[in-house]
Design a protein around this ligand. Structure first.
Ligand code: ADP
Ligand code: ZN
Length: 700
């Protein structure tokens, strides 16, 4: 059995992190206990560490089965920069390349070996000659035809457990639904696997939906507010990806289109440029993003409505994997709904597809917390509104909309339910166009009775009436708008209808603009980013694999100028410290000498103190300030030292404090945190040691 202390210290040493994310530690423990495990965690939840960390500590080699060659290379590169011996075997390699890896394996020089299910046969001799510590099956939903990514080669994986019943299996996926989950366990022959189902809540993702009016202008404004921040725009068609990219380029935005019709080599180049931050924006069909783990995608826009919530959630999940706040924006239009209805009609599974599309539409039309709806969809109930979606931020105000509703419904009645939304609105507004005159609608009784309401506002009211069940769209009859049973109560029985006030997109934007000053260029952060890019080019790995954005932000805030300070940054492990510490520290020192500091340490701790006094938890302050929790802890210690009213005992257990007290004596009052850290075999994080010592310093 491997002690929890060792697990914690391995996390810091190899991955640079002080704390596990939810469930990671339990999953790792369960692997050490020899169980089979099934892990359901959202994209960005931190699945990889769950098998990578045990692979380091267990005797033998871990086989990782992963569907995409691009992803494999990415993961192996990432492991290598962390000083973990990993390799992959797949059909893209030459025989001699494969031989080289086989000999390393024979010499026990590889801890993790990645392969695609199609290439498993290459590994036959490894299974019979080596000790296999663990079999990890990534993207395990590919085995199930219930899932959305079925891969025939995955169905053969069930035999592994039959042949090697003693090797523990861990299957991982971000697909949540129960049918798929059970299917995975059965097909892999691990019916008794311990299931670990993480929360699907990604709190750092802001959720926003806007009507799809003048999307391009909205997008340009959106991007201009975020200079240098990477983002993806998902479009329904190849044509749209091209068109959007061209319009953004014309506005001087560094954007490229990406879809399956583009030649393979150009596509890989575009993807690589995006990964390395040389291309800022990708306009893509939904296939893009599957094979990449870029952790600093700061925003995702859906130019079109996705066809179901699973897909939508997976796509927005590609933003903010590093845990930093990230934006998501969905444009909603009835045109898209109609288009998607048609696709669904032509699919094999019409009813299911239509029902899923309905749920997507309900989400987009929601007038209550969107995150609740999303999590609810995945079977997770939350009681509180999230505070990080557009509805929570701008809750709708309702008014008595009975008259508006009556006008709309009677117009539909007068038109005998024979016209789509657009024509109904034209009639209500007394439009003078060909359709109206050809059909003689200027003589309809409701013609022009609601000119005072703008066309786009009418559209939103119509949407609300549809969502409240007074109107429905007959998608199979050219989208004619029809009355429902409920409509009669409004038309004939005086039933009251509440409608939500409309928030004009532009107004919201102005409000936001007034609040948030334009993002100013952060000089040290930019310099560290450039340094990172140069190193990445030299080493031919994606930039975010050197350090992710969260780590660079923390360097910027903390300005570590010694090895000891540097290793305390979250995301800096031993290997990266050895490889890159010198260069980054040099850059930070040079910057601090050249420039007047952007802000002094005093100011940054003051900000933390203000938030602390407002009652925010350390996690919330970290989130708000976009800094790591360890950084906030160091501020808190400093504030306490300065005599501020802070109760440090809430951050440290009595036992840890006693251990630190004892160590202080045994170690004879050493002057570095590192000495304590090593004394505890890295089991007590730096931040806790710091808090403990701060308390002790006042004890004497
Ligand atoms: P998934 O495979 O679930 O989509 P990954 O394993 O790629 O997620 O992890 C997403 C990101 O989170 C990566 O950048 C990873 O380094 C980071 N991460 C994972 N575990 C932790 C942790 N305990 N603390 C901080 N960051 C973590
Ligand atoms: Zn909300």
């Amino acid at each position: 059995m491997i002690a929890p202390i060792k697990i914690k210290s391995t996390l810091k040493e190899y991955f640079g992190y002080d704390q596990f994310r939810p469930l990671q530690e339990e999953i790792i423990q369960s692997i050490f206990e020899g169980n089979d495990n099934l892990v359901i965690m959202p994209t960005g939840g931190g699945k990889s560490i769950c098998f990578q960390l045990p692979a380091i500590l267990l005797e033998g080699i871990t086989i990782v089965i992963s569907p995409l060659i691009a992803l494999m290379k990415d993961q192996v590169d990432g492991l290598t920069t962390n000083g973990i011996a990993a390799a992959y075997i797949n059909s893209s390699q030459s025989e001699s390349e494969q031989q080289e890896i086989y000999s390393k394996i024979a010499a026990n020089e590889i801890k993790l070996l990645y392969t695609a299910p199609e290439s498993l046969s290459y590994l036959e001799h490894i299974f019979t000659s080596q000790k296999i510590s663990l079999i990890a099956i990534d993207e395990a939903h590919c085995i199930s035809s219930w899932g959305h990514d079925f891969r025939p080669a995955y169905t053969n994986l069930g035999y592994l457990k039959n042949r090697f019943p003693d090797i523990p299996v861990i299957a991982l996926t971000a697909t949540a639904d129960k049918a798929t989950r059970e299917d995975i366990a059965n097909q892999l022959n691990i019916p008794n696997a311990t299931q670990h189902i993480a929360s699907f809540d990604r709190k750092n993702l802001k959720l926003e939906v806007r009507p799809a009016n003048d999307r391009i202008t909205q997008i340009i404004n959106f991007i201009e507010d975020k200079p240098n921040e990477s983002g993806i725009i998902y479009c329904l068609s190849r044509k749209a990806t091209q068109a959007v990219a061209e319009k953004l380029q014309a506005a001087n935005i560094n954007a490229m289109a990406y879809h399956a019709g583009i030649a393979h080599n150009i596509r890989s180049q575009i993807q690589e440029d995006f990964i390395n931050d040389t291309c800022q924006v990708i306009c893509a069909t939904i296939a893009f993003g599957m094979g990449i783990d870029k952790s600093n995608v700061r925003w995702v826009i859906h130019y079109n409505l996705p066809k179901n919530i699973e897909g939508y959630y997976q796509e927005i999940g590609r933003a903010g994997r590093d845990g930093l706040p990230s934006d998501t924006l969905l444009f909603h239009s009835y045109g898209d709904v109609i288009q998607l209805q048609k696709f669904a009609q032509n699919s094999g599974n019409v009813d299911v597809q239509l029902a899923k599309l309905d749920r997507m539409k309900e989400y987009a039309d929601a007038l209550s917390c969107r995150r609740k709806i999303l999590l609810n969809y995945f079977g997770e109930l939350i009681s509180e509104d999230c505070g990080n979606c557009d509805v929570c931020k701008n809750p709708p105000q309702f008014f008595d909309g009975t008259i508006i509703a009556q006008k709309a419904l009677s117009a539909v009645a007068r038109l005998d339910g024979q016209e789509p939304i657009g024509t109904v609105i034209d009639v209500l507004r007394g439009a003078q166009n060909n359709t109206i005159f050809e059909k003689g609608y200027q003589n309809v009784k409701t013609y022009g009775i609601a000119k005072d309401i703008a066309w786009l506002d009418w559209k939103q009211y119509m949407t609300q009436l549809i969502n409240q069940g007074y109107l429905e769209i007959a998608f199979h009859e050219n989208n004619k708008l029809k009355l429902t049973q409920f409509a009669k109560d409004v038309l004939f029985k005086g039933k009251k209808v509440d409608l939500a006030n409309l928030v004009e997109a532009e107004k919201v934007k102005e409000k936001q603009k007034a609040k948030a000053p334009k993002a100013s260029k952060n000089l040290l952060f930019e310099r560290l980013r450039e340094l990172r890019l140069n190193i990445a080019r030299e080493e031919d790995v994606p930039a975010y694999q050197i350090f992710n954005d969260a780590t660079l932000k923390e360097m910027d805030a903390e300005r570590p100028m010694s090895d000891e300070e540097f290793i305390q940054i979250n995301g800096v492990g031993r290997k990266k410290m050895e490889n890159y510490g010198y260069q980054f520290i040099k850059e930070i020192i040079a910057f601090s000498k050249e420039k007047k500091p952007r802000r002094t340490k005093g100011e940054t701790t003051k900000k933390t103190y203000e938030l602390y006094k407002q009652g925010l938890s350390i996690a919330e302050i970290a989130q708000e300030r976009k800094l790591a929790e360890t950084t906030i802890f160091s501020h808190i210690s400093k504030l306490y030292d300065d005599g501020k009213d802070i109760d440090l005992m809430q951050f440290i257990g009595k036992q840890d404090l006693q251990s630190i007290r004892d160590a202080k004596e045994t170690l004879n009052d050493p002057d570095t945190l590192k000495a304590y850290f090593e004394h505890f075999e890295e089991a007590i994080p730096y931040s806790t040691i710091r808090i403990g010592l701060t308390i002790l310093s006042k004890e004497n």
